[in-house]
Design a protein around this ligand. Sequence first.
Ligand code: CAA
Length: 378
Amino acid sequence: MTIKNITVLGSGIMGHGIAQVSAMAGYKVFLRDIEQVFLDKAMEKIKWSLQKLTEKNKITSENAVTIYNNITPVIDLKKATENTDLIIEAVPEDFKLKEKVYGELNEIVKNEVIFASNTSTLPITELSKLTNHPENFIGVHFFNPPQLMKLVEVIPGKDTDKQVVDELTRFVHSIDKNPVICKKDVSGFIVNRIFIPLVHEALHSMDRDKVSMDVIDSAVKFKLNFPMGIFELADYTGLDVIYKASYEMSLRDKHVLLMHPRIKELYEGNQLGQKTGKGFYEYKKENYERVNLTEEKAAQYEPLSIVGVAANNAAWLVENEVCTLEDLNLALSLGMGLKTGIFDLVRKLSPSRVLENLKSLGEQQEFYHPNKYIENFK
Ligand code: CAA
């Protein structure tokens, strides 16, 4: 089959971006949400983003108009899906909600349509069973902001047809993104298995080491060369996404992260980060804002446990053949903008210090026990 028409379900941060990048590649896109106000906000964000890309000469202003017109915002699910070849579901990370959405789709969608979920953490095989055709179901995980991040994780479920994997991989290339196949349907897939636990670790380190958020973030940015600090990135991603991802990941795998209660507090207090004007930091505008991080602040902190926790989870992914080390580093570079491979970060800080730190933390909490790969790391 050839994909021409796409339906994106959910017009939030990820949904509107996925609709935009698909329209930029020439696809006709129906962007569906349940209320007009959500769609209006999404189309405003698309307009803002296209304007930014025009200012930077990435597209012409004529292109911007064509792209914008390739996206039809719609509430009616039947209309949104009647001629579709591919449905990308990007509704909030709630299994019950997804169950409801797939239930509705089962009633109205043609048999051969591919269902792709942009879930960041829910198991693809479990989601596929909510549909009439698990063989046509696949995970297709974009990164925020989809307009700028080049990675898409492609996650086949247990029953996904090989042709669907190939078709989706072609689609990802066609929208000018790099697919990385996540070979096992594990909690957090590849990138979130590294990123989400780091948000919790940054909080634990703040408590333990008595340093401020912006000091930790500055060290992460200037010593580890991350494009954003961890707290800054969490705010940018949204504390609702971080909380739900943390919850789902630890529900299925007790060892993947060490939960810190502050995430739940922020979520329950509707302090969701940039989108609500307050999360870990405070923000003045909604579209895109950066935190002031400096090299002077970076000098006050050694991010040993940040690197240790990331390296432990990275070793787990490679050891369990979820991906190769090469794919892991590619995914982290294209999905989180990391300039240095995870184990090169260990080398940069000193393998023996990272190991000693994990061992000493491991005396209190089993979570930190170094993976045997780290134990033998030179
Ligand atoms: N469309 C178009 N332009 C955009 C944009 C968008 N959606 N968002 C931001 N921009 C613009 C900004 O406005 C800014 O423009 P100006 O130069 O005119 O100010 C420009 O892009 C970015 O410039 P910066 O110098 O601020 O930023 P940068 O060089 O650091 O790049 C970035 C920005 C690509 C976001 C980079 O900081 C980065 O890679 N950050 C990490 C993002 C990340 O890790 N994402 C993954 C999160 S995890 C996830 O998404 C998965 C999940 O399931 C939770």
